[in-house]
Ligand binder design. Structure first.
Ligand code: 6PG
Length: 248
């Protein structure tokens, strides 16, 4: 990946970046519904998107959003029950999904309460059902992703690449990062790279060196798993705050 092939937007982290992100997600959603009647949205875990989820739940924003035509998925999940504070589904439910008119049947969560391999198999099956028999997964209109300072995205971690990533839509992974649950389930580049649009939302000076390495240095997909995300025909947008963009 290099800076030329990605669309980069840099904004202040005083609420401007969160508002910009919500407006971007909303206009992509409206366009998808106008063109195809449905919007397939993949949410990210991590702390960075929390204010975005909170904003999306606010009346002014939720009124403009086509919630009844939106299907929601996750790029990764930690193997914990939905009520656990470490659950990515739990976070999105609390901040957003519980407050907007999304249809319950359109919420497609990774079952973190199951043992990792079972949860991965269950999600592969769920995605296949939604691929309508013709495909092994639906085409996602928008995938929201974060990035760790080690260059991981979703639960694709450095030093943890796995041959199954090339053949399987969803895999289980074990990786230590901060104090977070180590057993995880993740979508693979196989599926993510089939998406129409990917947004990386990244904040904070702590990630500035990684952002610069990922966007400006020659590709090293083992070192920087985030570089494995290169949609075949889709767009990639990096939405950064000023601190995260500090070394570009
Ligand atoms: C997860 C994520 C992960 C996250 C990054 C960044 O489940 O942990 O989906 O890929 O996006 O670790 O996390 P922060 O936003 O908290 O820095």
């Amino acid at each position: 990946m290099n800076a030329l092939s990605a669309e980069i937007h840099i904004l202040d982290d005083d609420g401007s970046l969160d508002r910009f992100t919500v407006n971007m997600i909303t206009s992509i959603a409206r366009e998808a519904v106008a063109e195809r009647g449905v919007f397939h949205l993949v949410l990210s875990g991590g702390g960075t998107p929390s204010p975005v989820y909170d904003l999306m739940s606010q009346p002014d924003y939720q009124e403009r959003f086509p919630w009844s035509q939106t299907h929601v998925y996750w790029g990764d999940e930690r193997n914990v029950p939905a009520e656990d504070p470490g659950s990515n589904y739990g976070q999105a439910h609390k901040l957003l999904l519980d407050k907007v008119p999304v249809q319950q049947l359109h919420i497609h969560r990774i079952k973190g309460e199951l043992p990792p391999m079972e949860a991965a198999a269950d999600y592969r099956w769920q995605l296949q059902e939604l691929g309508m028999g013709e495909r092994l997964w639906p085409i996602f209109d928008l995938v929201l992703l974060g990035m760790g300072d080690d260059g991981h995205t979703a639960s694709l971690f450095p030093g943890k690449s796995n041959a199954l990533e090339d053949t399987s839509a969803v895999i289980s992974v074990q990786a230590e990062y901060e104090e977070r649950p180590a057993n995880r389930v993740t979508l693979t580049p196989l599926v993510l790279n089939d998406a129409r649009i990917i947004i990386f939302l990244v904040k904070g000076g702590r990630k500035a060196n990684t952002v610069a390495s990922v966007l400006k240095t020659p590709e090293d997909k083992k070192r920087w798993p985030v570089q494995r995300i290169k949609p075949v025909a889709g767009r990639v947008l990096w939405l950064l705050d000023i601190a995260a963009a500090g070394r570009l």
